[in-house]
Design a protein around this ligand. Structure first.
Ligand SMILES: C[S@@+](CC[C@H](N)C(=O)[O-])C[C@H]1O[C@@H](n2cnc3c(N)ncnc32)[C@H](O)[C@@H]1O
Ligand code: SF4
Length: 389
């Protein structure tokens, strides 16, 4: 049996009554072409999506919440997930975005929005904080403009102050914030100072997730192989307040030494990529062609999970697909948990996975996949028990 078939057999056997797949997260990308920034490494551009959006103005100013809810309804007919991770484009550029987050926050335990931070004005921050279960994931490559030079070209330099003000305001409002810092030749040496800045300025609300740039751009602007993150490993305890679990920092430091991934990846066993118009693809971190569209096939994920040929690329004991061989993402927290390098307590202390249902789902997925990942026999009941809503 191929590994993908084993994952499929394990998860579908655990599917709750009604046959819904018990995923960890719904990773949803809406209007991925529409962003007002032009980060030079952006994957969206690499996939050629930013080009030619002739009706961009109309799409920005039309409230499409109804359509997005319909897609969520279709998705959840056959998939259960306690967490929604929402991204764009720049999602907060879209009309109705805050209202949509509010509405979506009622159907998930936790909602996290990935944003470049530019449109986080005071009113929006207040509204998001009042929702209670909404978190921010702000993309920021360092605390200085220079460290952000691949995000902010000279023409957009003024935005740096805007983003930093947003970060402080969001922290003051009590929002939990993850920061995604994409490591390139511009900032690989600045992460310890970035961590120091966060610890001194916004400790208690902020966690810094760094990971090397992915895709073809990595060859042009990725960090050279080296020991760049070792200072953070060595001084982990000093910065623990603003860092992910220790094993995450160690893993990133290790991968940066060679720029080759050796860690197994089980991300596609726990989630898929949903697009705002209903397309679904296998991995949220590598945009391959969609497997299909939910509007045409409601049972798409139930039927294709671990079965579609794209899973041959992703589901292996170690990275084999060329993209996977250089991939690293904040989702590696999940991989390290499944591989017993991050404890349940540690993963439960992260922002994204801190909810009770999310922790239970992680526990159950780990148990369900244990025989697939390690060959060891499972001891528990699998995922069936705690699947709800
Ligand atoms: C595509 S952006 C969309 C959301 C929003 N516009 C933002 O900048 O946060 C989502 C995340 O992907 C990251 N990203 C973009 N290109 C990347 C690449 N080549 N490698 C790794 N991460 C990348 C961004 O920094 C951001 O954190
Ligand atoms: S290694 Fe990266 S691209 Fe490959 S399956 Fe995992 S997250 Fe997706």
């Amino acid at each position: 049996m191929r590994l993908k078939e084993k994952f499929r057999a394990a998860l579908t056997a655990s599917a709750a009554e009604g046959g819904r797949l018990p995923f960890l997260m719904n990773d949803m990308v809406i209007e991925e072409q529409l962003c007002q920034m032009r980060c030079s490494y952006c994957l969206t551009e690499e996939y050629n999506l930013l080009m030619n959006v002739p009706d961009a103005r109309l799409r920005l100013t039309t409230d499409r919440r109804q359509d997005w809810h319909e897609i969520l309804d279709m998705y959840h007919e056959h998939v259960d997930a306690p967490i929604l991770r929402l991204s764009g484009g720049e999602f907060f550029w879209l009309k109705g975005s805050t209202e949509f987050v509010q509405e979506a926050s009622r159907r998930y335990e936790t909602v996290q929005v990935i944003t470049n931070g530019v449109f986080l004005n005071e009113r929006r921050i207040e509204a998001l904080a009042a929702m209670g279960n909404v978190q921010l994931n702000i993309s920021l490559d360092g605390h200085t403009l220079e460290l952000n030079r691949h995000r902010l070209p000279p023409k957009q330099a003024k935005l740096h102050d805007v983003i930093m003000r947003s970060l402080h305001a969001a922290a003051e409002a009590g929002l939990r914030i993850d920061i995604q810092s994409v490591l390139t030749d511009a900032n690989y040496a600045g992460q310890l100072e970035f961590a120091r800045y966060l610890r001194d300025e916004v400790a208690g609300s902020t966690t810094l997730y760094f990971f090397p740039v992915r895709g073809d751009t990595a060859e042009r602007m990725g960090p050279p192989p080296g020991d760049h993150l070792m200072p953070l490993v060595e001084h982990y305890d000093e910065f623990a307040d603003v860092l992910p679990p220790r094993a995450y920092v160690e893993h990133m430091a290790e991968q940066l030494k060679t720029n080759v991934r050796t860690l197994g990846c089980f991300v596609t066993a726990t989630m898929a990529q949903l697009f705002g118009q209903g397309d679904v693809s296998a991995c949220p971190h590598a945009w391959v062609k969609p497997m299909g569209n939910l509007a045409q096939d409601r049972k798409l994920l139930l039927d294709q999970y671990g079965s579609h040929q794209h899973y041959d690329l992703f589901m292996h004991d170690r990275p084999r697909f060329s993209f996977c061989k250089t991939c690293a993402t904040p989702s590696d927290v999940i991989n390290l948990f499944f591989l017993d390098r991050i404890t349940e307590e540690e993963i439960g202390a992260t922002h994204l996975y801190s909810g009770e249902r999310s922790r239970a789902r992680l526990r159950e997925l780990k148990e369900t996949f244990r025989p697939v990942i390690s060959g060891a026999p499972a001891t528990g009941q699998g995922v069936a028990q705690s699947v709800s809503s």
